[in-house]
Design a protein around this ligand. Structure first.
Ligand code: SF4
Length: 324
């Protein structure tokens, strides 16, 4: 396994306490380790353990209300840092550490870095290495700086697909350590500056630009302007609810003499939307769905900021990623 499961911390958290039924929750990418984790814990703690089979895409998505129906009194949520919101069941978050060696990847980033001060951001799997990464760059004469971000961010230097606040630092270059291009793209767009993405899994380094991305999204916004009826998606996942924003978007749509209906939804999946028959959707749930999953949907699905641009409430030159 290329991850370190914090068994001892989990055992301490659940052993000898009043909790009787404990749910183990894993994000999609770690579910394949669920069997091994629960079977190991079952041998070591005398508690009723249940794997949560619900889809889980982030710390925003704990399914406490659903698990409560089974009498679960504690959730062990693996793979993410906490996002502060009210839960009906005590929930403890255990980020999973990647044990990949990243020195070679860091060496390779030096060819891409021009400045002697950079911003540094990463994902939950690599955050425990952040001091070592800083030290590596210090030894090369580069100061790597991190920021605490806003209150949705509970570990310095952490970026989420819905929150780039820890990347809003003065440095003109930012280094992202992690996989995928969504986070570095969001940071590049948010800071309008150079972002270098270093993927320790593939050992690939890439500079991430945002201009082509914006062009594609402008073309979608252009088509949206001519459509007339919209579904406005409001997530029922507790850490994604933006009801007021959805109502605001409806007002904007109505002001443009079009119709906008509010839709409560849990998982925003193509099949869940297909039968409604709206011409397009404005998504106030996880921002990644409107961007990363755009091509999976039959109808256009846009972010609230894109809806504001389409209906004249925001200057099109001020394109921004959707963050909260
Ligand atoms: S809203 Fe989306 S990007 Fe943000 S934490 Fe949840 S799943 Fe991740």
């Amino acid at each position: 396994m290329r991850y370190e499961i914090p068994y001892n911390e989990i055992k301490t958290s659940i052993s000898g306490k009043e909790f009787k039924k404990i749910a183990i929750q894993l994000p999609e990418g770690l579910k394949r380790y669920g069997k091994e984790i629960i079977q190991k814990l079952e041998k070591e703690v005398e508690k009723e353990l249940i794997l949560s089979g619900y889809p889980c895409y982030g710390a925003c998505d704990t399914k406490d209300k659903e698990l409560e129906k089974l009498g679960i009194d504690k959730i062990i949520h693996l793979g993410h840092f906490k996002i502060p919101f009210k839960q009906s069941i005590e929930t403890e978050y255990f980020p999973i550490k990647s044990n990949l060696k990243i020195k070679n990847t860091l060496e390779k980033t030096l060819e891409f870095i021009d400045k002697n001060e950079i911003g540094l951001i990463t994902t939950p799997q690599h955050i425990h290495k952040i001091d070592k990464i800083k030290e590596f760059f210090k030894n090369k004469g580069i100061e790597a700086k991190t920021s605490k971000g806003n209150k949705r961010i509970t570990s310095e230097g952490l970026v989420l697909g819905c929150n780039f606040s820890a990347a809003k630092i003065k440095q003109k270059e930012t280094l992202y350590i992690g996989s995928g291009e969504f986070h570095p793209l969001g940071v590049a767009l948010s800071n309008k500056s150079k972002v270098i993405a270093a993927n320790p899994e593939t050992n690939q380094i890439k500079e991430i630009g945002y201009k082509n991305f914006i062009k594609k999204r402008y073309s979608i916004i252009g088509k949206i302007k001519d459509l007339n009826d919209f579904g406005i998606l409001i997530s029922t996942k507790k850490g994604q609810i933006r009801y007021n924003l959805a109502k605001k978007i409806r007002k904007i749509i109505e002001k443009a003499n079009k119709t906008g209906d509010l839709i409560a939804i849990d998982d925003v999946l193509p099949n869940e939307l297909i039968n409604f028959g709206y011409e397009a959707y404005v998504n106030t749930s996880c921002p990644r769905l409107s961007i990363d999953d755009y091509n999976k949907f039959e109808m256009p699905i846009i972010t609230p900021n894109e809806a504001k641009i389409a209906f004249g409430e925001k200057d099109y030159q001020k394109y921004e990623m959707d963050e909260f």
